[in-house]
Design a protein around this ligand. Structure first.
Ligand code: DHB
Length: 324
């Protein structure tokens, strides 16, 4: 009898062999990075958020982690090859598994130019529109401005509808990378906007923006950009991530991708219990490298086996609350 639990899942209409993969941003800029991710035990591969033009990113140091992975801080400033390059690289990655591209235009019009092009590239299975980059000086996070978000989604979803080319209908999974929300009214506002449109998936959450980590011995900040302010990741953001996964699972019909604070199989299990269909790994990938995926998958399978679960749907979204 074969009782080995299956970790297979889907995002929109895209099927994945396993439910863990990289968070956009970590070790996913170059073709070499992306191939390494494709050869690891990932369900899919997603690129670094891209822009119209190549970017070097912010000055160094722009990343810092504490010794036990409690927290990380980053302010990379969108270093990437440019959107056309990720279109080209897609053929090198899609031969292994689904390839998603993350898009983060510096202006709304730039997002539309990139979506128009990438939505027609056959080797790309999905696009994650990043509405939550906290690290560009002078650019607010769109996910916190519900009016701009609505306008961008109106334009983006028109572009992302089914494309007909050479008689073949080509539709990509289309989703959003959201910032963390902290107030119930903001969850409701964001969900109301999202529910107006055809959005396949939501990735919850991006780093907690504009945190400040300091070195008390040196009496100094630890990263250079923005006077030391940057996006916080690591174990400390798990509670916020789980809350966002669970809220958007309840409030929308989108597939939810959990991201935030994942270090062990238990963390993956908790994200799925809150409703996630797949789980991204950011800080832990940075600290441990691509072997984290086989370890996390193995740990998740062990937890499932011990509970008698054979597939993710046996427990996904079945978080219990405390009844009277
Ligand atoms: C960067 C950081 C983010 O959190 C993000 O969503 C996009 C880009 C960065 O600094 O490169």
């Amino acid at each position: 009898m074969n009782n080995i639990p299956s970790l297979s899942t889907s995002i929109g209409h895209i099927n994945l062999d396993t439910c863990t993969y990289n968070a956009s941003g970590v070790n996913c800029i170059t073709e070499e990075n992306l191939r390494e991710l494709a050869l690891a035990s990932t369900g899919l591969v997603i690129s670094k958020s891209c822009t119209l033009e190549y970017r070097d990113g912010n000055p160094l140091p722009r990343y810092y982690e504490d010794k036990d992975g409690m927290y990380t801080i980053n302010s990379s400033g969108l270093p990437n090859l440019n959107y056309l390059e990720y279109g080209k690289i897609s053929s090198k990655i899609s031969c292994y598994k689904p390839f998603f591209v993350s898009v983060a235009g510096l202006k709304p019009d730039n997002n539309m130019i990139m979506l128009r092009y990438l939505s027609d590239v056959g080797n790309i299975s999905g696009i994650e529109l990043n509405l939550s980059c906290p690290n560009i000086v002078g650019k607010p996070q769109i996910g916190y401005d519900f009016e701009s978000m609505e306008e961008i989604l109106r334009r983006a979803t028109e572009i992302m509808g089914p494309h007909q080319r050479e008689g073949i209908v080509n539709r990509k999974a289309f989703g959003l990378k959201l910032p963390p929300y902290f107030d119930i009214s903001h969850f409701n506002n964001a969900a109301e906007v999202i529910n107006e449109f055809k959005i396949d998936f939501l990735t919850c959450i991006n780093s907690i923006g504009n945190g400040l980590i300091i070195d008390p011995v040196e009496e100094r900040v630890v990263i250079k950009p923005k006077n030391g302010f940057g996006g916080i990741g690591g174990k400390v953001i798990k509670a916020t991530a789980l809350a966002n996964v669970n809220q958007f699972y309840r409030l929308t019909n989108c597939d939810i991708i959990g991201c935030g604070g994942v270090q062990t199989g238990i963390d993956v299990f908790e994200h799925i219990l809150c409703g996630a269909k797949a789980v991204q790994v950011g800080s832990q990938l940075k600290m441990e490298g691509v072997l984290c995926f086989s370890r996390l998958n193995q740990e998740l399978k062990q937890i499932m086996e011990s509970k008698g679960y054979t597939k993710l749907e046996d427990f996904r979204g079945k978080l219990k609350v405390i009844e009277d």
